[in-house]
Design a protein around this ligand. Structure first.
Ligand code: HEM
Length: 195
């Protein structure tokens, strides 16, 4: 890569760049998760939480191993396990290991953005779940304030113009995390269609 390109960076801030780069993947994931389970019934909500737990567990492990201080979001799998237990379900087997090869600039930032940014979507899902479940369904995961706190802190890192290397690494990692979630959601969607 030319040195000039490395120094130039992006026209957008990193958050706008990541949102644009993963918009199609997010739409596919949203659709697949609604098809695989949704949250209209208590059973659906339990399957939604199982998918979230299975998908997040290896990414949390990856971030534990690779993220520097300040870029490792709070773990949410214990909250999801708590909600599942309240619904009478054990935590599922984690998805196979998540990896993006040799770790480089921006990778932890991109993976952290996906997990933390999903707390924004969770806020709108929480409103629906509270209404549908009449306030009786467990919502430790969807109502997690610690992740929203992490998100606020992360904003100062991602609402800036990054260098090219960091932007490319963050985009690769974010894309890989979305692909990881999507693979599981599509598997669950197929299982649901067969059932
Ligand atoms: C049915 C599932 C999902 C729905 C309905 C949904 C919905 C949403 C909504 C409404 C927003 C915009 C929120 C706002 O701007 O206030 C959002 C943002 C986002 N969601 Fe999701 N989401 C879903 C699943 C996921 C999952 C599983 C992930 C992570 C793997 C994820 C990652 C993100 C990210 C990274 C953002 C953007 C953060 C930013 O603005 O920088 N979403 N989602």
């Amino acid at each position: 890569m030319a040195a000039g390109k490395q120094q130039k960076g992006l026209d957008d801030d990193l958050r706008s760049h990541l949102r644009a780069a993963t918009m199609a993947a997010h739409d596919l994931l949203d659709h697949a998760m609604q098809e695989a389970s949704g949250w209209q019934q208590r059973e659906d909500y339990a399957r939604f939480l199982e998918l979230q737990h299975a998908a997040r567990a290896p990414i949390e492990d990856w971030l534990d191993a690779h993220a520097p201080d300040g870029l490792n979001p709070p773990h949410q799998t214990p909250l999801i396990a708590h909600d599942l237990a309240a619904l009478g379900r054990p935590a599922p087997e984690p998805a196979p290991m998540f990896t993006i090869g040799r770790t480089g600039a921006g990778h932890a930032l991109g993976a952290a953005w996906v997990l933390a940014g999903s707390a924004l979507g969770n806020r709108s899902i929480a409103k629906q779940v509270r209404r549908i479940g009449g306030g009786a369904w467990p919502m430790a995961f969807l109502g997690d304030d610690a992740m929203l706190g992490f998100w606020q802190a992360l904003r100062s890192r991602i609402e800036q113009h990054p260098g090219t290397d960091e932007a490319e690494g963050a985009t690769d990692a974010a894309t890989a995390v979305f692909a990881h979630f999507l693979a599981l959601a599509e598997k669950a969607q197929t299982a649901e269609a067969v059932a």
